[in-house]
Design a protein around this ligand. Structure first.
Ligand SMILES: Cc1ncc(COP(=O)(O)O)c(C=O)c1O
Length: 400
């Protein structure tokens, strides 16, 4: 046999950093505050097991065929009804099931852009979305967030520059309005309205990634960006945070013209039709509010445990916005602290988190880090924060 020669893979891979769960998987045995995963007890294992069996028994032939059975239609109706509670009023032909929201982001990026097109994101930004945009070979610019979410005023200034030909106009802006990953903040209603108005004025799309909307600890829901601009917003949400990520099921909502193009890009055809039948049985079987209540309570408890432990072990040395929902808390340290160095020491001491630079385009050292309160139990969270505070004190003493 001839000796293997080196093979040149697609140049698309050259700029894609490996972040997040890839990192977490390399360090077993740590208390994983890096994991943006649901806590394992949250999974409705028995109900799902019964639903899979019921789906196979009642829709067997169709559930195993390419085209699926009645499940998809039922799920679309469920999503339509649920979306109405979130101020999104659409017909089922405006909803498409995808294999997770990550696939939705990927499909939308490839539908709306060509390589080299400009895409604007938040800083910090969810790195799963960044991966899709790098692979679509988009040119990325980032705009900061503050306690009220994306600085839409800075976006507007940049759009005025783009309209004057001083920089490229974005094809879309990717925004996470509720319980931001990683920043844990919400986009204010005024900014939602303003951003939607800008999308019409300057003719770009907004991708509204609403993965965490249902995990609301305070009971107040803000209107979606979609509700202010249905022709220029592509909305997405997911069953990953409210049922289980392993079922890989999420949805995209947009106008039918965009959806018809996304369907062409989605070369796999329909998302797992067997799982759609099973999820449809599950949604028929459970009272969704009864299912959601303890789930959200579990996340609220974990958030509270983390906030308390930070207060107890760090005092006023660090700052953060208390998340009103979701999975994440974004911690800011004094400016001399580099959280990438802190991560190194934390891993040695038995705790993982994601360092701030992983959420920025320039990947420069930062004094922020992302803690996930979603996965660990309260005791682990308290122990991890205590360890983190010790590691921090050591680094602070070394810097001073
Ligand atoms: C903001 C955001 N969007 C999308 C996803 C991906 O969700 P899915 O499991 O539906 O692909 C995640 C998962 O962590 C996320 O945090």
């Amino acid at each position: 046999m001839e000796k293997l020669k080196p093979f040149r893979f697609s140049k698309r891979f050259d700029d894609v950093p490996l972040i997040g769960s890839a990192f977490a998987g390399e360090h077993p045995g740590l208390i994983p505050l890096a994991f943006g995963f649901p806590y394992p007890n949250s999974f409705p294992i028995n109900e799902l097991a019964e639903s899979v069996v019921a789906a196979l028994k009642s829709e067997g032939t169709e559930a195993l065929q390419y085209s699926g059975g009645p499940g998809q239609k039922k799920i679309l109706k469920w999503i339509r009804e649920r979306s109405r509670l979130r101020s999104i009023d659409v017909e089922t032909d405006q909803i498409m099931i995808t294999s997770g929201s990550n696939q939705g982001i990927d499909l939308v990026a490839r539908t709306l852009t060509d390589p080299g097109d400009s895409v604007w994101v938040e800083a910090p930004v969810y790195f799963g979305a960044l991966r899709a945009f790098y692979l679509a070979q988009n040119e990325l610019s980032a705009f900061p967030v503050d306690g009220d979410g994306l600085r839409v005023d800075l976006v507007e200034e940049a759009l005025i520059e783009a309209a004057a030909g001083k920089r490229p106009m974005p094809k879309f802006i990717y925004v996470l309005p509720n319980y931001h990953n990683p920043a844990g903040i919400n986009l204010s209603v005024e900014r939602r309205k303003k951003l939607a108005a800008l999308a019409y004025k300057y003719n770009f799309y907004i991708i509204e990634d609403d993965a965490y909307v249902e995990l609301n600890f305070d009971g107040d829901f803000l209107p979606s960006i979609y509700s202010f601009g249905p022709e220029r917003v592509i909305y997405m949400s997911t069953f990953s945070k409210i049922v289980a990520p392993g079922i890989r099921m999420a949805w995209v909502i947009s106008d039918p013209e965009v959806l018809s193009r996304i369907k062409i890009v989605k070369t796999e055809g329909l998302t797992s039709v067997l799982m759609q039948e099973a999820v449809s049985c599950f949604l028929e079987k459970v009272d969704f509010e009864d299912h959601l209540r303890p789930l959200v309570a579990g996340y609220r408890m974990r958030r509270d445990a983390m906030v308390k432990a930070i207060g107890d072990f760090f005092g006023s040395e660090v700052s953060f916005e208390k998340p009103k929902g979701g999975f994440f808390l974004w911690l800011s340290f004094p400016s001399e602290i580099d959280t990438t160095k802190l991560l190194h020491d934390a891993v040695e001491a038995g705790v993982s988190f994601v360092d701030g630079k992983s959420f920025y385009l320039d990947r420069k050292p930062t004094n922020n880090l992302r803690l996930a309160f979603s996965f660990c139990d309260e005791m682990q969270i308290r122990k991890a924060i205590r360890i983190l505070a010790m590691v921090y004190q050591k680094q602070k003493n070394a810097v001073c």
